[in-house]
Design a protein around this ligand. Structure first.
Ligand SMILES: [Zn+2]
Length: 256
């Protein structure tokens, strides 16, 4: 299995990051860690170098940080990413988050930053990892307007848009919210297995029964189990398909 969306740079792992990664190595084929703020860039790249062939990175600015990173800092960050393009496998997570951001002015700025990142991913010829959550419709519209092709939707909960997302050839990554949310269950039900991937969004969103409040990538098995149940296929089938999808989408150089 591959966890396509986690945050290994988070302070929750500061005291035992290597042990957590070693534990994950025993159970998983790879981990994609998402650097969502410029301050996390160095640590993220260090991890991909230390665990070459196991940890891969995406880099972007999460929409909730739009107030923290101004345009000039963004330009500098684009330059930094460009210089390190060969060390990352995608741009993200980027997108929209209207749950954290209630003010219209800043929501507009999120949209502006989102468009910048979509164009940037095209320039770099890298796929996009999208945070959409409660702004799925707006995010899908912007992606379509910008003619984005290689897209992975994370925190995607709008079942009404599943057909559209699927026919655009985009992917959806599923985390443990699917264990309790009807909306996410419907998304999994209607999205072809050929366009699904597994994720955790750890250190957050630990599933019930995980045994710890701090989540980690090994929890993808709970997600795989649930997808198998919803789709009425074996867990091996879910593992095989989602792993294949992740390797192809991110162009991972790993053996399976
Ligand atoms: Zn995330």
């Amino acid at each position: 299995m591959i966890d396509v969306h986690t945050h290994l740079e988070q302070p929750e792992y500061s005291s035992d990051r290597d042990q957590v990664i070693e534990k994950c190595k025993k159970q998983l084929k790879a981990i994609i860690t998402c650097c969502a703020h410029p301050r996390d860039f160095d640590l993220t790249i260090q991890l991909t170098e230390k665990y070459k062939g196991f940890i891969f990175a995406t880099v972007g600015i999460h929409p909730q940080y739009v107030r923290e990173v101004d345009e000039r800092q963004r330009e500098e960050f684009f330059d930094l990413i460009k210089r390190n393009k060969n060390k990352i496998v995608a741009v993200g997570e980027v997108g929209l988050d209207f749950n954290w951001e209630k003010e219209n002015e800043w929501r507009e700025k999120q949209k502006q930053m989102f468009v910048e990142f979509i164009r940037f991913s095209k320039e770099l010829k890298l796929p996009l990892v999208i945070h959409s959550w409660d702004a799925c419709e707006e995010a899908v519209r912007i992606l379509e307007q910008e003619d984005a092709k290689q897209v992975l939707m994370h925190m995607f909960e709008d079942n009404r848009l599943v057909k559209e997302v699927a026919s655009n050839g985009w992917f959806v990554s599923v985390n443990a919210i699917v264990l309790s949310s009807k909306k996410y269950k419907k998304v999994v039900r209607d999205m072809p297995l050929e366009q699904l991937m597994l994720e955790t969004d750890a250190p957050w969103l630990a599933p019930e029964g995980f045994g710890s409040k701090r989540n980690d990538s090994t929890a993808v098995k709970f997600v795989a189990e649930k997808i198998a149940e919803i789709k009425k296929v074996s867990i091996e089938e879910v593992d095989k398909e989602t792993t294949k999808n992740a390797i192809k989408f991110f162009g991972l150089s790993i053996k399976i």
